[in-house]
Design a binder for this molecule. Structure first.
Ligand SMILES: [Zn+2]
Length: 80
């Protein structure tokens, strides 16, 4: 499995922030669930703030399931 150098705090092109990398298996081959946070501004000026899980391999292009019509988020265990 390839190791990603992505670290928490990184943004992708869609204003999704990597919060944490979990050991929960993702839905893609050899992938773990990463926890992402949506830092997009909505039309009313509020921060979206949606927190959801996604395959690590999808991070660079992931869209928010709440405000960008991205794929539904994956489940993950509580962060410790
Ligand atoms: Zn959002």
């Amino acid at each position: 499995m390839t190791t990603s150098k992505r670290a928490p705090g990184e943004f992708n092109v869609n204003d999704q922030v990597l919060i944490a990398r979990t050991k929960n298996p993702g839905t893609d081959h050899n992938q773990y669930v990463w926890v992402l946070f949506c830092a997009r501004r909505l039309d009313n000026g509020d921060l979206c703030g949606n927190l959801y899980g996604a395959n690590g391999s999808d991070f660079h292009l992931r869209k928010c399931p709440s405000c960008q019509s991205g794929a539904a988020g994956l489940g993950f265990d509580k962060l410790t």
